[in-house]
Design a protein around this ligand. Structure first.
Ligand code: GLP
Length: 246
């Protein structure tokens, strides 16, 4: 695992975007795994800038998002479909048919999850998966205790996670109690992983993930066993780690 510590959220965003852009220049038909939440917003802003000002091309890129709230229609203001549309998909030249997000409203959820896994396989697998990290160490919506063998499925959210994400909803009551998420095994099949962490709220989770025991109790700790992971953290998020040097 390579741990890169930068001074600010802005630097984290620029570095992450440079990492993605380098891949797209090397492999214009790359398959990206994408994350939502506050952390990747700066990365997406910089990718949009690179597209508009430097011609970064997404026309042959395929994307798969990690997760979606269960029960939210695609156009709900807090859905991850809407988030991706507003932060990236609607602002670059990605083809709509090449962007994938699990449906939060599928009638047959098991079939939807299997279809999602199959679509990733058919695309040739994920070249680079972007990840954030939850305050409890979750990745995607894989909460503590999730088996490392898990695949795309419906999960229950912990109350901690619902509270942490309540800022995107009018009230805590309206935060869904379930989500559809890629599993840990699905994430681990990505050829490369870039985990982003910003802010002191992530310090304990990040330290446990990069330096603690590899255990399902800290889902992100599984990344220690992946051959190609870069962890990009700002100083606040890296404050709990012992390797406070670039
Ligand atoms: C949600 C998402 C995760 C994300 C996490 C942290 O739970 N499902 O993919 O990493 O939130 O979000 P934030 O970046 O807003 O702290």
């Amino acid at each position: 695992m390579e741990l890169v510590i930068v001074d600010s959220y802005r630097e984290l965003s620029l570095r992450a975007a440079a990492h993605v852009a380098a891949l797209l220049r090397r492999k214009p038909n790359a398959v990206l795994g994408l994350a939502t939440g506050s952390t990747p917003v700066g990365l997406y802003q910089e990718l949009v800038r690179l597209h508009r000002q430097e011609g970064l091309d997404f026309s042959r890129v395929t994307t798969f998002n990690l997760d979606e709230y269960w029960g939210l229609p695609d156009d709900h203001p807090a859905s991850y479909h809407r988030f991706m549309q507003e932060n990236l998909f609607g602002l670059v030249n990605l083809r709509p048919e090449n962007t994938h997000i699990p449906s939060g409203t599928a009638e047959n959820v098991e079939a939807e999850c299997e279809r999602y896994e199959e679509a990733i396989r058919r695309a040739g697998g994920i070249d680079l998966q972007i990840l954030g990290i939850g305050q409890n160490g979750h990745i995607g919506f894989n909460e503590p205790g999730t088996p490392f063998t898990s695949r795309t499925r419906v999960v229950d959210l912990t109350e901690d996670t619902r509270r942490a994400n309540a800022r995107f909803f009018p009230s805590l009551e309206e935060v869904p109690r379930r989500a559809v998420t890629m599993g840990i095994a699905t994430i681990m099949e990505a050829r490369e992983i870039l985990l982003l962490a910003s802010g002191k709220e992530k310090a304990a989770a990040l330290a446990a993930a990069v330096e603690g025991e590899v255990t399902p109790e800290v889902p992100a700790s599984v990344l220690q066993t992946h051959p190609r992971v870069t962890v990009l953290a700002d100083r606040a998020a890296a404050a709990g780690t012992r390797r406070l040097a670039v």
